[in-house]
Design a binder for this molecule. Sequence first.
Ligand SMILES: Cc1cc2nc3c(=O)[nH]c(=O)nc-3n(C[C@H](O)[C@H](O)[C@H](O)COP(=O)(O)OP(=O)(O)OC[C@H]3O[C@@H](n4cnc5c(N)ncnc54)[C@H](O)[C@@H]3O)c2cc1C
Ligand code: SF4
Length: 325
Amino acid sequence: MIAGFSYIRTKSVNEAISGLSQGNARLHAGGTDLLGCLRDQVFTTDMIVSISGLKELKGIRETPEGDLRIGALTTITEISESRIIRERYPALAQAASEVSSPQLRNQGTLGGNLCQKPRCWYYRGEFHCLRKGGEKCYAVAGENHYHCIFGGDRCYIVHPSDTAPALTAHKATVHIAGPAGQRKVPIDLFFVPPSKDVTKETVLEKGEIVTEIILPPPPRGATSSYRKVRARRSWDFAIAGVALELRMTGGNVTDVRIVLSGAAPIPWRSVDAEKALIGNVLDPDFIKRAAALSVKSAYPLKHNAYKIPLFRGMIEEELLKLSKS
Ligand SMILES: Cc1cc2nc3c(=O)[nH]c(=O)nc-3n(C[C@H](O)[C@H](O)[C@H](O)COP(=O)(O)OP(=O)(O)OC[C@H]3O[C@@H](n4cnc5c(N)ncnc54)[C@H](O)[C@@H]3O)c2cc1C
Ligand code: SF4
C-alpha cells in the first residue's frame, strides 16, 4: 500500500525546483518507476512534484551548431522512432527500442530512465540494505546472479538503464537546473559509483532536475550500435549489454567507446580495450584481444561469473559487425 502524499502539478521548472526543495518531496515524470518504488516502500514521500505537463522539457531539436537537444520529458518511444536519432545516433535509437514494453516506452521518459532506482531484488524488497541506509549488503553473499562484475564496492547493483550506456558512447552532456542555478555535467560524471557514495545513483542534489540531454554531432564517419541480452525473450532489464561508437580513418580506429550495461553500478566503459584499439586495424585477432582486455578486470560474485564470457563474446561480435559496416 502507498502511504498518503500531497501532489502538485507544476507549471514551470522553477516551481518544480522550489517544490522539490521541501521536505522529502519526490519528482514525478512518467511515474513508471516512481510509483513502483512507492508501492514497494523503497522510499516514502509526503509530496509528489510532477513535471509531466512542462512542454519546455519535451521534444527533440537540432541546434545551429549541430548538437541534438533531447528534453528530459521526451518519451522513450519518441527517441526510438526519431528519424534523426536513428540516422545519427543508432546506438541510442536501438537502446531505446530495447527498453521494456511498448506501454512503458510510451509513458517512460528519458530523464526518468537515467534517474530510475536500481533493480536489485533485495533493495526492491523488504531488506534495509546499505543503499537504503542500512548496515549490510544482502546480495554479496546472497542471490547475486544479476549483479555486477565491475565497480562493485560494498554495493553490487547494475545500472538498470539501456539508454545510459548508449548516451555515454555518444558522449552526451546532462543539463541540470536546481536551487543554485543551472549546470552541465558530462554523462561520464553523472552517475555515482558506490565507492563514492553508496546511497546515491546520480550527482543530482536536493531540488535538482535533469532538464535536457545534449548530444554532440557524431564524429564524421562514425558508426554505433547497442546490443542487449535478457534472461527471457520478453521485456526485461539487461543482464548484459554493449553500446559501441566507432570511427575508422584509413582502416585504423581513430575513436572508439565501448560502454557496458548490466555490468556495473554505473554505465561501464571498457577503457583498456578502447585504448588498445585506438590507432590499430580492426582485424579479427585484434578484436579478440580487445574483447579479452575488456573483461580482464572483472571480479564476479558467486553466481554471476557467466557474465565474463558473455560480455567477451558480445563485444567481439559487435566490434566485428561494426568493422564491416
Ligand atoms: C516492468 C518494467 C520493466 C522495465 N524494463 C526496462 C528496461 O528493459 N530497460 C530500461 O532501461 N528501463 C526499464 N524500465 C525502467 C523504465 O524505463 C523507467 O521506469 C522509465 O524510463 C522511467 O521514466 P519515467 O518518466 O516513468 O520516470 P519516473 O518514474 O517518473 O521517475 C523515475 C525516477 O527518476 C526521477 N526523475 C524522473 N525524471 C527526472 C528528471 N527529469 N530529473 C531528475 N529526476 C528525475 C524520479 O524522481 C524518480 O525517482 C522498466 C520499468 C518497469 C516498470
Ligand atoms: S547490491 Fe546494493 S542495493 Fe542490493 S542489497 Fe547490496 S547494497 Fe543493497
